[in-house]
Design a protein around this ligand. Structure first.
Ligand code: SF4
Length: 391
């Protein structure tokens, strides 16, 4: 069966279901997914098991958060006719592959993942010192390799995860990949066998082991010679994916730190205009600009970062010039930013409405996408089980 009728290179990316998305999610990932869906066979999944790796204590909102997030995907232009959306936990194949990967992955590979160490140090309000949390990059490797994508769209901070995924693929291929040996003619075989010295030693590699098992009639040194001249090539089960780097502009939250739901500094895609205006009104600015008459520096101001992404060029130019000469005050500057941002968000919020009126539509999109993903996942796992001899 052709599992990629589009013939476009495949990409795979997921998001934890954190509920309604904010501008950081949009600029950091979603906008890029929308751009890529025309050129790639795109698979996007709701990483709900990953939510449990850091927040298993509270799953009350998981279902609603999934709905909210996927509705935002749709509202931002991700199109189920072009891309496949699915829910990770609906496909137990991911858990099975994760388990098999855990058999071949050294513990040290997981312990050195930068985000693991970082989060272990930074998350203090609940205990994440669990087996599941340590193993989440491996679950991610299973999520990715299941679909054998060519690329994984990620930001700079996620590159180590893609590298780990490639290492896991290599390790698994070495352990379970099939050796392909080219057939030789009898004459060639005799030629090779001529002049072989008696040499007895145990097989030193998987390839040698293969030769031993498959050329019982030949002496070990003949097999060794065969091996030296005609080493079987490894037929990998999992191709190694590459990271497709997303360069996202800096998008600070209202307090100037990275925009994040957990910091309480986010502007959501669903925030109505008055809420956006209020959030902008409290946003931090150039800390050195204390009075209206002080000239400011837009290069260090988070409000100007928003202008650069969401405002029209003439507004950006005006703020860039007038801020430095105190020609514009922060109150007016923020009003301008809020106006442009609301104009940007209006069509997204408009596209959300039909789904809000008929929430079932979103579940149907996920159901259909999950069924498509299941076909690929089942094919991969049939191949994997056969390679591991679990049939
Ligand atoms: S005028 Fe605008 S860019 Fe300049 S400091 Fe104030 S908010 Fe920032």
């Amino acid at each position: 069966m052709n599992l990629n009728p589009s013939q476009r290179p495949r990409i795979l990316s997921g998001m934890r279901p954190t509920g309604r998305l904010h501008l950081g999610n949009l600029v950091g990932a979603l906008q890029n997914w929308v751009k890529l869906q025309d050129a790639y066979d795109s698979f996007h999944f709701v990483a709900d098991w990953h939510m449990l790796t850091t927040g298993y204590e509270n799953t009350l909102d998981l279902r609603q958060d999934t709905w909210e997030m996927v509705t935002d995907w749709l509202a931002c232009g991700l199109d189920p006719a072009k891309a496949t959306f699915f829910v990770q936990s609906r496909l137990p194949e991911h858990a099975e592959l994760h388990l098999l990967f855990s058999m071949v992955t050294p513990l040290s590979w997981l312990e050195r993942v930068p985000t693991y160490k970082e989060q272990l140090e930074n998350i203090r309000d609940h205990d994440i010192n669990t087996y599941g949390f340590l193993g989440y990059p491996l679950l991610q490797a299973a999520d990715i390799l299941m679909y054998k994508p060519r690329y994984v769209p990620v930001g700079e901070d996620q590159v180590p995860h893609v590298e780990l995924t490639s290492e896991v693929a290599r390790r698994f291929n070495q352990a379970f990949g099939k050796l392909q040996v080219k057939k030789r003619s009898d004459q060639e075989w005799i030629t090779w066998a001529t002049g072989i010295r008696n040499l007895a030693r145990p097989p030193e590699s998987k390839a040698e082991q293969f030769i031993l098992e498959n050329f019982q009639g030949a002496t070990l040194d003949v097999r060794a010679e065969y091996l030296n001249r005609d080493v079987g090539t490894l037929d990998p089960i999992f191709p190694e994916p590459d990271a497709l780097l997303t360069s996202a502009p800096r998008l600070p939250g209202t307090d100037g730190r990275k925009m994040s739901k957990s910091y309480g500094n986010a502007i959501f895609l669903t925030d109505p205009p008055d809420v956006v205006s209020k959030k902008l009104a409290t946003m931090v600015t150039d800390p050195a600009r204390k009075r209206r008459s002080d000239p400011g520096n837009p290069d260090v101001c988070p409000v100007f970062d928003l202008h650069k992404i969401f405002s029209a060029q003439d507004t950006i130019d005006r703020v860039n010039g007038e801020c430095r000469t105190a020609g514009i005050g922060c109150v007016d500057c923020k009003k301008l930013a809020a106006g442009h941002l609301n104009t940007f968000l209006a069509p997204i919020q408009e596209r959300r409405k039909p789904y809000e009126q008929n929430p079932q539509k979103v579940w149907e999109v996920l159901e259909e996408g999950t069924a498509k993903a299941r076909i690929v996942a089942q094919a991969t796992m049939a191949e994997v089980r056969a390679a591991v001899r679990l049939t």
